[in-house]
Write a protein that binds this ligand. Structure first.
Ligand code: 5HM
Length: 340
């Protein structure tokens, strides 16, 4: 088969890649102090890019970070202040402690350059004029990133290719490197969110998502966790099944900015929201769910509660709730209290 193997959701592709890299590695590498097993030149295609979260108790995907990162990209940001709150480990990648470099993909794609429009807006305009175009490419990795040998943050994303075909927006992602256990899931989450956002701006249905990787690897440091994930997948009687909802067609730049205003108020603990307040906000229910995640995270980080507000947890989409209960002990505790 010359096209990429097909999966409906990211979970199946993630598990098969973990198996490939750990059981049949092609190479052993040790780049920048990270010993890893590697396969080169791999790809997969998702038929439903909305199914962008894995439901594995051993992997504990964090939907709060996933949405924060996707919004950080869509808003064209590169500040550590926002993203470091959700992923403290990203602080190590910042050269100056203030901004991210190559991995701030949103800054490269969505922020206007001087008087010119952003790369993203330029490609949307091109595709509105010529949908069959093959030029809808959004390059991210830049050769100049290699000038400094000590650069701690060289973009792993080479580029995203938008292809409107037959009323649907397909996307092909090219990564120079992907950490299969740590990077792949959040990358696929955010890039498929960018794809869905682009489809809405172009007035198209969501098409397929194809992910290609130059160096696909599993670091030795994560080998134990990867084994536990694979054991869970092999031994569970049935995989949990949740359907991730569609982004509302009304979503535009102003919507992202509006959600991020709530995010900032909750991150800085200036405001605290009840469930009733969130459901009365002038936002589509889809984006209200994201605000709920930010409020739950505020309760965990700022209030340091042993158990989050059970009503708020109960108001979450079942798939998001399943993940939050596995990721955060304060959510697990609230769920136990609710069922007593
Ligand atoms: O030495 P190098 O720059 O390739 O190290 C970056 C590491 O972060 C690699 O393991 C790469 O696969 C992983 N990574 C990822 O998987 C990094 C980023 C941030 O650019 C990402 N996905 N989005």
């Amino acid at each position: 088969m010359l096209t990429a193997p097909i999966f409906e959701s990211v979970e199946g592709a993630y598990l098969d890649l973990l198996r490939l890299a750990t059981e049949q590695p092609e190479h052993r590498i040790d780049a920048r102090g990270n010993a890893a097993r590697e396969v080169i030149g791999v790809a997969f295609r998702l038929t439903d890019p909305r199914q962008r979260l894995p439901y594995l108790a051993e992997r504990k995907a964090n939907p709060v970070f996933q949405f924060a990162e996707a919004l950080w990209y869509l808003a064209g940001r590169r500040d550590l202040e926002m993203i470091g709150y959700y992923a403290p480990s990203m602080r190590a990648s910042s050269a100056d402690g203030v901004r991210l470099g190559g991995s701030a993909y949103g800054y490269t794609l969505f922020s206007p350059r001087g008087a010119s429009q952003s790369q993203f807006d330029q490609v949307v305009e091109l595709l509105l004029n010529e949908p069959d175009s093959k030029r809808g490419y959004l390059p991210v990795f830049a050769a100049k990133e290699l000038r400094d040998r000590d650069n701690p943050d060289v973009a792993c994303l080479a580029g995203l290719h938008l292809l409107p075909r037959d009323g649907r927006l397909h996307m092909v992602c090219h990564m120079r490197a992907n950490d299969l256990d740590c990077g792949l899931l959040s990358d696929v989450f955010s890039f498929t969110m960018i794809q869905e956002y682009a489809a809405i701006q172009l007035g198209l249905q969501l098409g397929t998502y194809t992910h290609t990787i130059g160096s696909a690897h599993v670091n030795d440091a994560n080998a134990e966790r990867v084994k536990r994930v694979l054991d869970e997948a092999d031994s569970r009687p049935a995989a949990p099944s949740f359907t991730f909802p569609a982004m509302p067609e009304s979503t535009e730049g102003a919507t992202i900015a509006q959600v991020l205003r709530h995010e900032a108020a909750l991150r800085t603990n200036e405001l605290r929201y009840s469930t009733a307040h969130i459901t009365s906000l002038d936002l589509a229910p889809y984006w209200q769910q994201v605000v709920m995640l930010f409020e739950l995270y505020r309760q965990i980080q700022h209030d340091q509660r042993a158990a989050v507000d059970p009503d708020l947890l109960a108001a979450l989409h079942p798939g998001l709730r399943w993940l939050m209960e596995r990721k955060w002990p304060a959510c697990a505790a609230a769920a136990v209290g609710r069922t007593r």
